[in-house]
Write a protein that binds this ligand. Structure first.
Ligand code: ATP
Length: 799
């Protein structure tokens, strides 16, 4: 029975020629007429030849055959499941041509030579050099061509991936350590602060207990004597970073007063969770330094090393590894069992994506452009898998994305045993109840362990009361204590093991998947959300535990952050999601096509530029505008869905920030805030507006200049807004120079994320002359001009 996947390919694939044309000789750049006439077949009379190779052809041979067929323009389809997979090669595009079918008799095995003979006989193709290649792998030039790339015919082997990535990872780690050390050693602390790795002159506002024994330190700016809320300077400190606290003034190389994990970041406050509360030192002005993350680096390195080792190759992911490195073709069950959606509102493309994922024997991708309900589809898939009795490991690169999944899973099915593994300081309060600690605490073994603890306490108290000469009793109590401590440890361990064994879904970050508790565990399926933001090495930490995987993401939004530009350029920032899209494309990937966020006009630019025009806006959002919001009195003429605010010719030039290398543009910042003020005056709530700017210095400047009436409005870099949305988005592009330099603005993915955060209104504030120097940005400006309102910056902030 051919699989769905095979059927789709078979019906889609046009046949290109009736007889294979010999390759053009290397020294002939254009085939000369005589050569073409001799060899090109007459399609009107041509006979279609179809050769079906038997299942005895190995996965490697099938892969080489696919490769050869793509190269020579033959149609090629695979059918049948698992060990029964057969490949058919065909040679005509003329539907009228009579078909000659050649079935090779069933046999145990076919040698490479025998296959080459068949290719020569039926298609006049010499495949010997393709079969002789040392590591012949199923290169996928078809997929590469589909993705607009040059067909390289070469795939990344497992060995190459490991040997390429290990040094790049080390490079990245060194870059991070160097950045952290440089920042701490910096003689002028203001420079460290300007680079975003340090925050100076902080004050401890409160210290409260919580988070299972940790203390939460709330740190605010010490400016203004602590009486008013002052925004913190622009910085690169985010939740989950490891940080140190020391006196703000003085030698930064002295040991820190405390270290901990960033729990929460607000505009005016950073909360740090510390294990050990220091007795003194926190009463003075403090400095916070972001450290390099040693644990993550060590875990990634271990993953890569184990990926290359024999244990992984004999483990649950053995076949998956073959598929992901192109040594075996992805398989799908022919007749996927029917399923009834838990979420009845799923649209057609979401249902198709869940169906494809449920049918995948190895891997499937859910490609979710902005606002298309990727997480909604992922949640449905996990619920369906759990209902079939499959144990799922649900992971993502970021804690916030994992918590989002946990929250949606427990809301959809409160009875499902979902266990969130991770440092409690890193979890959102609403998912603490699903944390491993909370499950363990509620278990019988944990209650018994607590009894042991009580007994240990009273044994210790007795021990203290004994006189020096009570040797026998002392010895006996010590023995009792040792036994109790052992018992307590065993009970705790048993409690953890039992919880994890009973869990239907275990949720963790990719780095958390390597935690000690999860190391020995195996799952039926790994689902990786936001996979296009995860380093490939990190994805493997989850994948090595499973035979099947589903990756959801969008490689056309921002990739994972990589500090070392060299490492990024050499491939560290290429994600597994992107690699698989390039390798297998639509064969394994289903794109979600209905979006639930943006007005159709905001969406259309992104859809046309990045998604082949395939997106549609759901009726609930297609026409929605700011004017539809409660309390808003703007009408369409005041504020259009798209607005271009042009600073060209207004003397608003960019500048490089003092003590740093980020860029800012004061004139543009004022215009941006004036437009935000215009929206607020029309009744839009400041919390419904977001200002996005690609430069950190501009983020800081905008925060400094904003009037207090706009303090609830969020101002952030593009990265800070990924995965989020606002009713109105104002983008401040900053660049304005005679040389028309636009730097990293030209990254299509960055602008895609910026524009698609907007639900009802998007304003682009830029110097149209500078940014139009870049072709892609020029088209963006043109789109806004054609489909929206145009304002000169001078109209908003007259001199
Ligand atoms: N089939 C649907 N019908 C109605 N609303 C939907 C549907 N699918 C998703 N949504 C809504 O669309 C919004 C985005 O959904 P979701 O968070 O799943 O998207 P996402 O693709 O993960 O988002 P992002 O682009 O931010 O990564 C949510 O408000 C969700 O409720």
């Amino acid at each position: 029975m051919p699989s769905e996947h095979a059927k789709r390919k078979a019906t889609k694939k046009p046949q290109k020629s009736s007889k294979a044309v010999p390759k053009t000789p290397k020294n002939v750049s254009k085939p000369d007429q005589a050569f073409v006439n001799q060899s090109a077949p007459d399609l009107s009379t041509a006979v279609t030849t179809q050769v079906e190779f038997p299942s005895a052809v190995s996965a490697r041979q099938r892969a080489v055959l696919h490769d050869i067929a793509s190269h020579h323009g033959l149609s090629h389809t695979s059918a049948g499941d698992d060990d029964e997979r057969r490949i058919t090669l065909g040679s005509s595009s003329s539907s009228k041509a009579p078909t000659e079918r050649v079935n090779i008799a069933k046999c145990e095995a076919l040698s490479d030579e025998a296959i080459c003979d068949l290719l020569r006989e039926h298609f006049n193709i010499d495949g010997s050099s393709d079969f002789a290649a040392p590591h012949a792998k199923p290169a996928a030039p078809k997929a590469c061509i589909q993705n607009g790339r040059k067909a390289s015919g070469k795939l990344l082997s497992l060995e190459d991936f490991v040997s390429r990535t290990l040094p790049l990872l080390e490079m990245e780690h060194e870059a991070e350590v160097a950045q952290a050390q440089e920042s701490i050693a910096q003689r002028r602390p203001e420079v460290a602060q300007a680079r975003g790795r340090a925050l100076l002159n902080l004050r401890l506002r409160d210290a409260e207990g919580g988070l299972l024994g940790r203390t939460l330190l709330a740190l605010v700016s010490n400016k203004g004597g602590g009486t008013i809320s002052v925004p913190l300077p622009a910085h690169k400190v985010s939740p989950h970073d490891v940080v140190e606290l020391r006196p703000s003034k003085g030698d930064a190389s002295l040991p820190a007063i405390a270290s901990g994990v960033v729990h929460r970041v607000r505009d005016d406050c950073i909360t740090v969770a510390v294990e050990d509360m220091p007795d003194e030192g926190l009463e003075q002005p403090l400095r916070l330094d972001k450290l390099a993350n040693e644990v993550t680096y060590r875990r990634l390195k271990e993953t890569l090393e184990s990926l290359g080792g024999a244990v992984a190759q004999a483990g649950p992911a053995a076949t998956l590894m073959d598929v992901l490195f192109g040594c075996a073709a992805p398989r799908f069950v022919g007749n996927a069992p029917a399923w009834t959606p838990v979420n009845a509102r799923l649209d057609g493309s979401q249902r198709a994506a869940v169906s494809r994922a449920l049918a995948a024997k190895d891997v499937a991708l859910i490609h979710g452009p902005p606002g298309t309900g990727k997480t909604t589809a992922v949640v449905e898939l996990i619920l369906q898998e759990a209902a079939r009795g499959n144990r799922v490991l649900a992971a993502s690169a970021s804690n916030i994305a994992v918590d989002n999944l946990v929250e949606r899973l427990i809301t959809a099915n409160p009875k499902l045993m979902v266990v969130r593994v991770g440092h409690p300081a890193r979890l959102l309060p609403q998912v603490l109840g699903a944390s491993l600690e909370a499950h363990v605490y509620a278990s019988d073994n944990s209650a018994l362990a607590r009894d042991c603890r009580r007994d240990i306490k009273s044994a210790n108290a007795k021990l203290l009361k004994l006189g020096r000469k009570d040797y026998a009793e002392r010895r006996s109590l010590r023995g009792e204590l040792r036994a109790l401590q052992k018992e307590e440890r065993q009970r705790q361990q048993r409690a953890v093991d039992e919880v994890l064994k009973k869990a239907a879904v275990v949720c963790a970050t990719l780095s958390g998947a390597l935690m000690r508790e999860l190391r020995p565990l195996r799952f039926d399926l790994a689902v990786i959300d936001e996979a296009a933001q995860a380093l490939e090495a990190a994805s493997w930490s989850a994948l090595l535990k499973v035979p099947r995987a589903v990756l959801a993401g969008d490689h056309l939004q921002l990739p994972p952050t990589v500090i070392s530009e060299v490492a990024a350029r050499k491939g560290l920032s290429e994600t597994l999601f992107e690699r698989l899209q390039g390798m297998y494309g639509d064969d394994i990937s289903e794109m979600l096509t209905v979006q639930y966020r943006m007005h159709a006009r905001i969406m259309q630019w992104s859809s046309d530029e990045l998604y082949g025009g395939r997106l549609t806006a759901h009726a609930s959002v297609a026409e929605h505008t700011l004017a539809d919001l409660k309390g808003v009195s703007l009408d369409g003429d005041d504020i259009s869905v798209l607005t271009l605010i042009d600073t060209a010719g207004c003397g608003m030039e960019e500048a490089v920030e003092e003590d740093g290398d980020s860029k800012r543009n004061e004139g543009e910042a004022k215009v941006t805030l004036a437009h935000a003020q215009r929206l607020v005056s029309g009744g839009v709530r400041p919390e419904d507006i977001g200002i996005i700017t690609p430069y950190n210095a501009q983020v800081h400047l905008l925060k400094e200049l904003r009037p207090s009436a706009l303090s609830a409005m969020e101002i952030s870099s593009v990265d800070g807004f990924q995965g989020r949305e606002k009713e109105a988005i104002i983008i401040s592009m900053v660049r304005s120079n005679d040389a028309k330099q636009v730097g990293f603005l030209s990254d299509r993915r960055r602008m895609n994320v910026a524009v698609t955060r907007a639900r009802r209104h998007c304003a682009l504030v830029c110097d149209s002359e500078t940014v139009s120097g870049d072709e892609f940005l020029g088209r963006l400006v043109q789109y806004f001009e054609q489909h929206g309102a145009y304002l000169s910056a001078a109209e908003l902030v007259p001199d």
